[in-house]
Structures are given as structure tokens and as C-alpha cells.
Design a protein around this ligand. Structure first.
Ligand code: GRF
Length: 208
């Protein structure tokens, strides 16, 4: 399957999925990277691997960025099957959600629906988790809808919050699990092992 990965930051989730594609544990191929920050680590990594980088969205500061309609056209041109958001911080426009229904995934570094939504990104998430006194956190992978962090949950992994954790320590513990979980879910996605429970909840079927 052909994948497009959206990044705004360091891109460590993108790297782990890309490596899994190369190594064969994910039956996928990253054919394009989309970014709102062309200088970010993820975009840099893509250029090093000779993966085309697309700038999105168009803004005052980035007049070369694509409009939503041109982005959909570009993704069609690349014959993209699935889109993975990996630390992409902008809202996905309705046009794109509708063009790829149940084909766009996001990873969030907390157990949704807690600690999600606009404003919960980066270290803010981990700070809020620690401040709440929650004993557990961990990544959530969900389908993307028109809002921040509200799409159907596909998979979650639990990570302990330890006494005296800093946000950075918790972030690092969650990120290690993010890398594993995103690879597992992307492998399932590419093998069409995401199935639907009667009540509409997506589940991952294990390999036969
Ligand atoms: C991850 O914690 C991801 O869950 C969040 O942003 C971070 C991105 O890390 N949305 P990276 O760019 O994949 O290294």
C-alpha cells in the first residue's frame, strides 16, 4: 500500500514507520511526505531518503504551500492509499477527510478522549497528564475526522506515570511506545486487518 506521512516536527514516528517499510514488517511504501514546516526534522529526513516533500497548507508565510484541493489532487497523483499523521500539528481540512474516509490515522501521546483536542499538543499534553495525578498515560491511534483528536479509536497502549516524572521523561516513555504501536497499526492497515466490531468500533485482527 502507498502511504503519505504528514509531519511538523522531529519525525521520529515517521522514521520508525519508514524503517519498518524498508525492512518489510510493514507492507507499505512511503510515497510522499506532507509538512507545514519545510525545515523540520521529518521533512529533512524525507529529502535524505529521496521521498517527495509537499508543503501544506498555503499561508502568508508559505505562499508555495498547496490549497486543500491541490493537496488532494497531489495525493491522488501519488496514488496514496492511506495517510498517517505523525506529529502534524495543523487541522486536516474537511475536503481531505472526505477524500480519504477512514483512511487517515493520527497518533496522539495520551489516552484519548482525555488530554486531547486543540491546545493539547507537544509537552502540554504530558504536563497536563502529570498535573492531573493520573497514574497511566500512553499513545492513542485513531481515525481522523474534521476535529482535533475525536475520531474513532483504533488502538491504545498503557504506560505508567512515575512519581516525580518530568514532562520530558513521560514524553520519552510514551514516544517509545508510539513507535511500536504506529508500526503495528500501520502493518495491520496495509494488510487490511482493521475490522469493524458490530457497534462500529475498529479492531485489529491478529495475523493468522
Ligand atoms: C508525538 O508525541 C506525537 O504523538 C505527537 O507529536 C509527537 C511527534 O513526535 N502528536 P515525532 O515528530 O514523531 O518525533
Amino acid at each position: 500500500k502507498k502511504l503519505a506521512v504528514f509531519v511538523s516536527g522531529g519525525g521520529s514516528n515517521f522514521k520508525s514507520v519508514h524503517e519498518a517499510c524498508i525492512q518489510g514488517s510493514v507492507h507499505g511504501d512511503v510515497v510522499a511526505v506532507v509538512t507545514n514546516r519545510k525545515g523540520c526534522g521529518g521533512a529533512e529526513y524525507a529529502r535524505n531518503k529521496e521521498i517527495p516533500v509537499v508543503l501544506f497548507p498555503r499561508t502568508k508565510d508559505e505562499p508555495d504551500g498547496l490549497s486543500p484541493r491541490d493537496l488532494v489532487a497531489a495525493l491522488r497523483e501519488f496514488e496514496v492509499d492511506f495517510i498517517l499523521l505523525a506529529g502534524y500539528l495543523k487541522l486536516i481540512p474537511a475536503e481531505l477527510v472526505q477524500a480519504y474516509p477512514k483512511r487517515i490515522l493520527n497518533i496522539h501521546p495520551a489516552l484519548l478522549p482525555a488530554f486531547g483536542g486543540k491546545g493539547y499538543y507537544g509537552m502540554k499534553v504530558h504536563k497536563a497528564v502529570i498535573a492531573s495525578g493520573a497514574r497511566y498515560s500512553g499513545p492513542t491511534i485513531h481515525f481522523v475526522d474534521e476535529h482535533y483528536d475525536t475520531g474513532l479509536i483504533i488502538a491504545q497502549r498503557v504506560v505508567p506515570v512515575l512519581a516525580n516524572d518530568t514532562a520530558e521523561e513521560l514524553a520519552a516513555r510514551v514516544l517509545r511506545e508510539e513507535h511500536r504501536l504506529y508500526v503495528e497499526v500501520t502493518a495491520a492497515l496495509c494488510e487490511e486487518r482493521i475490522i469493524w466490531r458490530e457497534d462500529g468500533v475498529p479492531l485489529i485482527r491478529s495475523r493468522e
